[in-house]
Design a protein around this ligand. Structure first.
Ligand SMILES: Cc1cc2nc3c(=O)[nH]c(=O)nc-3n(C[C@H](O)[C@H](O)[C@H](O)COP(=O)(O)OP(=O)(O)OC[C@H]3O[C@@H](n4cnc5c(N)ncnc54)[C@H](O)[C@@H]3O)c2cc1C
Length: 184
């Protein structure tokens, strides 16, 4: 098995490395100290296709694979772990749940804006009494509006990445009377 990166993957890696060195590295300390959310950088990443790397063109992404996605997150995280996790949480936790489990209508409605970085997505799973044990979560769809309000300041456990700036908050809710999860 050949584990070497392809020329295209090496090019993408070099492009993101260069972008991170130019647009992120000089500001990391200042952003960190002032708790600044780098929205301009996120918009630029969206224009580069990096806010929806793994999604097909029909949903607004560049249609690349997980290797390319991981390379991008790795290069961003080398310079600023916060930017890396913003991209990863937005892509994997919010957008990818819609891509994997959403209806066709939901994909077409939500993914293009997420993949372009026009809208930032957050995923609210953690509750005050359920973290690792996600199956113990109690939130039901009826609580969604409350969750929306609480999540605006970071989620019930203060753990929902990008909740404060998210244009789309995806909530895991429990279907009352069932052990399964419903989608929202
Ligand atoms: C950087 C970061 C980003 C996050 N982003 C999000 C987000 O976007 N959305 C969201 O919903 N949540 C998010 N979270 C929350 C995350 O999902 C929870 O922190 C995680 O599920 C752990 O839950 P907890 O912190 O309540 O710890 P707990 O679940 O209470 O665990 C505490 C400790 O007990 C251990 N433990 C737990 N259960 C068992 C067991 N059965 N047996 C043995 N040991 C056990 C754990 O390993 C840990 O050491 C984020 C967390 C971090 C750190």
């Amino acid at each position: 098995m050949d584990f070497a990166l392809s020329d295209e993957q090496l090019q993408l890696q070099a492009m993101v490395r260069d972008f991170a060195a130019r647009e992120i590295a000089p500001h990391v300390r200042a952003w960190d100290e002032s708790s600044h959310f780098p929205i301009d950088v996120i918009r630029q990443l969206g224009r580069l296709g990096l806010m929806g790397t793994i999604f097909p063109a029909e949903y607004g992404g560049p249609g690349l694979g997980y290797i390319e996605y991981v390379l991008a997150v790795e290069e961003l995280s080398r310079v600023d772990g916060s930017v890396g996790i913003i991209v990863a949480a937005h892509t994997s936790l919010a957008a990818n749940h819609i891509f994997v489990a959403g209806s066709e209508d939901q994909r077409r409605r939500y993914l293009p804006k997420l993949a372009s970085g026009e809208q930032i997505g957050a995923w609210a799973l953690t509750e005050p009494r359920s973290g690792s044990d996600a199956g113990a979560a109690r939130r039901t769809a009826a609580l969604t509006s409350v969750m929306r309000a609480v999540s605006a300041v970071g989620g019930p456990a203060g753990m929902v990445i990008v909740a404060a700036v998210a244009g789309l908050l995806l909530g895991a809710t429990r279907d009352p009377g069932s052990r399964s999860w419903c989608r929202q």
